[in-house]
Design a protein around this ligand. Sequence first.
Ligand code: ZN
Length: 131
Amino acid sequence: MRYTLESMDSQLTGLVEWPVVTELKLGIVQSLGLLLGANILATHVMWLRDSEGKRRQARYFLITNQGGGLTGEGYCLFSQYHQGHSQTRLVRVAICDHKRQGYSTVEEQRRGWHKAKCTECGLDMSVDSGD
Ligand SMILES: [Zn+2]
C-alpha cells in the first residue's frame, strides 16, 4: 500500500479535513529546523480544511520514505486571522496514525532488510539499512 498526491487529493484540496491533525507549538527557528531535517516533498500552494470547516490556503511539506514514496503524513503551513491578527501556523497532518509492525526473518534482519507495514492502513514501512 502506498500514498500518492492523487490518493490524498481530498485533503490537499481542502475538501475534507485530515483524519489526524497535531498542533505544533514551535517557534520559527524550531519550525525551520523541523522542515530542513525531514525527507519532504514541498507542494505548491494548496488548501487545508480546518477544524472550523473553513478552507485555507496552505503549503504542504509531505514526508517521504526511503524510496521517495509518500507516507500520508506531512507538515502544513497556513495563515489564519484570529482576533484581528494574521497568525501563521504549522501543524502536522496525517491520513493515518501509523502503527509499525515488522515481519522480517532473522536472516533478513541480519542483512539490514527490515520489512514492516502499518497495521492500520497497510502502508509499506520497510527500511533497508544494508548496503
Ligand atoms: Zn497507517
